[in-house]
Design a protein around this ligand. Structure first.
Ligand code: C2E
Ligand code: MG
Ligand code: MG
Ligand code: MG
Length: 284
């Protein structure tokens, strides 16, 4: 069963990938250990209401604090984790930190949502549902404060099973979002068949929407589709005020991007939020 990964490699479903180079096999072993040793760190990137600019929540983005290589970005190790069966452990580690933070923020009076990415090769199974439920209970976080982001490719891979697991997560009250929307090859009809409340426009379209008419058309179409289906539409990759303004004109509902803030360590987020709210209050 072949899948086209982001790197353009064709990879195959197996426990351990026999095609890995010795370097990658070593890194995989380090990743496996690193996950148990707590080397994965969650960074968070704020998401705001596009019209008011109010911060509604964050997306959790994983980093690996490698003992020798320093801070590694997901594109260097997620594909490795996907090919070597480490996604369940990785997802659990990220969910744990993200939901725990959400609980702390709530108890400090901040009602914020947190979004967590599921891999296309994710553990869409009973264990995932059980982990989610256990974490929400343990940290006293209401289910609707958590959103799980899935990609179009995970939907295509196994529509039947995806549908079943997503229905059960939806029954729990967890929010569901389609990430990187527009980059997949699936039909649009699953947007109506799956219990999703949100689509995220891929940053590749947003970042060039002011200069490339084709990308602008795609953004406009996704916003219209989302609006007509009553979904929240999040634009990611908003890097300047002009793009923000154009997205507002189009009726996009939420934004995320370097213009608001880049991903930051979890521990610094509440200070960042307080500083931003301070500036907004001064500007009023
Ligand atoms: P994504 O979920 O689409 O996340 C958005 C990515 O866009 C993040 O990169 C973020 O830093 C970047 N980004 C946000 N705003 C801007 C902007 O204005 N300009 C530019 N140039 N980039 C922006 P990051 O953190 O490197 O994550 C890359 C991808 O790795 C994510 O894409 C997601 O697919 C995957 N990923 C991240 N964390 C996790 C995780 O915990 N689990 C899984 N399975 N995948 C993850
Ligand atoms: Mg995402
Ligand atoms: Mg995305
Ligand atoms: Mg993306």
């Amino acid at each position: 069963y072949a899948k086209n990964s982001g790197s353009g490699l064709h990879v195959y479903e197996k426990g351990l990938d026999a095609n890995e180079t010795p370097e990658r096999l070593a890194l995989t072993a380090e990743l496996r250990q690193g996950i148990s040793a707590g080397q994965l760190e969650v960074y968070v990137q704020p998401q705001a209401d596009l019209r008011t600019g109010l911060v509604l929540g964050v997306e959790a983005l994983v980093r690996w604090r490698h003992p020798r290589h320093g801070l590694l970005f997901p594109d260097t190790f997620i594909p490795l984790a996907e090919r070597n069966g480490l996604i369940p452990q990785l997802t659990d580690a990220v969910l744990e930190q993200a939901v725990a933070a959400c609980g702390r923020w709530r108890r400090a009076g901040h009602r914020l949502t947190v979004s967590v990415n599921l891999s296309a090769r994710s553990n869409l199974n009973d264990n995932l549902i059980a982990s989610v439920q256990r974490l929400l209970n343990r940290h006293a976080v209401p289910a609707d404060s958590l959103t799980l982001e899935i990609t179009e490719s995970s939907v295509i891979r196994d529509p039947g099973r995806t549908r079943m697991v997503l229905d059960r997560l939806h029954d729990l009250g967890v929010g569901l979002s389609i990430d990187d929307f527009g980059t997949g090859y699936s039909s649009l009809s699953y947007l109506r068949q799956l219990p999703v409340q949100e689509v995220k426009i891929d940053k590749s379209f947003v970042m060039s929407m002011l200069t490339e008419p084709g990308d602008a058309a795609i953004v406009r179409s996704i916003v219209d589709l989302g609006t007509n289906l009553d979904l929240a539409v999040v634009a990611e990759g908003v890097e300047d005020a002009a793009t923000w303004a154009e997205l507002e004109r189009l009726g996009c509902t939420n934004m995320q991007g370097f213009y608001l803030a880049p991903p930051m360590p979890l521990a610094g987020f509440i200070d960042w939020l307080a500083a931003r709210e301070g500036h907004l209050a001064e500007a009023r």
